[in-house]
Design a protein around this ligand. Sequence first.
Ligand code: HEM
Length: 512
Amino acid sequence: MGHFMEGIGKAVWTGALLVLLALVAKLWRSIVTRFWLEPRSLDARIRSQGIEGPPRTFMAGNMLQVMKMRDTGKERDMEGLNHDIVKHVLLDYHQWSKEYGKRYCYWWATEPRIMVTEPELIREVLAKKVTQFEKSDIMVSELVSIVGRGLVAVTGDEWSYHRRVVAPAFYLEKLKKMVPRIGLCALEMLDRWEEALREQPEIEMSSEFSKLTADIISHTAFGSSYLKGQKAFETLRAIQEELSKVNRYNYIPGKRFLPFPANFRLRKLYSDLDSLLLGLIKERRAQSGQSHDLLGLMLAECGNSSFDDRAVMEECKTFYFAGHETTAILLTWSIMLLALHPEWQERARAEAQEVCEGATPEADSISKLKLINMILHETLRLYPPVGVMMRSCFEDTILGDILVPKGAAVSFPILAIHHDKELWGEDAHEFNPERFKDGVTKASKHPNAFMPFSLGPRVCVGQSFVLMEAKIALATILQHFRFRLSPSYRHCPVFKLTLRPRHSLPLVMEKI
Ligand code: HEM
């Protein structure tokens, strides 16, 4: 009996050992395939087409190099106050495009990314071959951690469904109802400035515009519940801070589950945020009548469909992340450019005074602010808040003269395209809003060379909202203040998720 039991025990141990060995072998095979065999085969297919690039390292590819090169720009200011910023901000593109040509390949962890700068090919990816090119799993998981599982992050059928529910909230007729509220937010900011100017001659613009756009999105997204909206946005800002600390380890698989203190803090912040937003949505569903804020419009659109409270909550997070900082940055760069170019400041002021007659713009007069519109476009060309975009390739696809293999990605350096002399002429680095006088499609040698909001069906859903908001803010400011750059301003644009000034933007303000 004893021998019999011993025999069974041995068989169980041997079986367990075999299972363990099989699991280790499987894991080993998938590690070798994912980190060595697949990248090696993709590399060979890309290089065989004459597309060269910097040598890559195991696992991280060129990711750490790219981060380091982008950090170099953060460590020193630009030498002059000019707009030739590609070599400062996108040093990786500047160096590698000189070494390997404008079309080269670099590696983001195990994903090869082919740089594509031809607007025609970019249009093909973003507007025509949308099923072959999508956001990659790596990108989606990074986006979900930053912006939530809303419109920016979802793909395929889930994206079509979200877009159908969200897009109507941004129709011009609906946005027009938000104009008076945005005007009030701008006037409140001006009151604050008048108060501050009694003590000092300068105002710091980046933080002012960050407050303004947070205030506007809190009101326009949540209407009467805007104080709770503000609380949610503070939590989102804390999440953004924590994420910037852990993003450096993105190439480590499963890094979100590792016991970093930042991961524990993030989990708590996400859970606080979810209960706050879900509470707010429940309250709103219980109210009768329709409200004209973004949340109300979205709830009306989804009705009783399967778009549940969680899906609505993810879209609320998306509005904040996609729309708050980007808009603040647009306003910051445009006022910097107007401070630097007093002739354009005077022309824009004259237009604002003529159209608005001392008041904030009305919904129907916003389209008459043509010069201000041109100034905003020129700002978005020189300083696009989203400076680089990309898409992954899900099946072998012919793109112009390239065969993009499944598993590779294409990357579009929007900033470099907006500064390309072949597209924009010799004055590509100069501020010249006049180039937009006949509209965006005629401003350069290619109708799609201007792409701050992307192109095709996934074009920025908030595009009209942001231009409306920026026009109201600028027209209101211009009618009340004349301004110039403070001598203490230091010019140092940097990439920190978006293209922003590293230092503050102090302006010397004079009440008109
Ligand atoms: C100057 C300001 C802005 C810029 C430069 C900008 C730029 C962009 C870009 C480039 C994309 C495409 C991203 C991609 O597909 O990888 C995008 C998408 C998006 N943006 Fe904006 N955006 C701005 C403001 C806003 C605002 C104010 C909102 C909303 C309140 C917003 C909401 C969105 C959403 C929801 C998407 C995803 C659209 C989709 O995939 O269907 N954006 N934006």
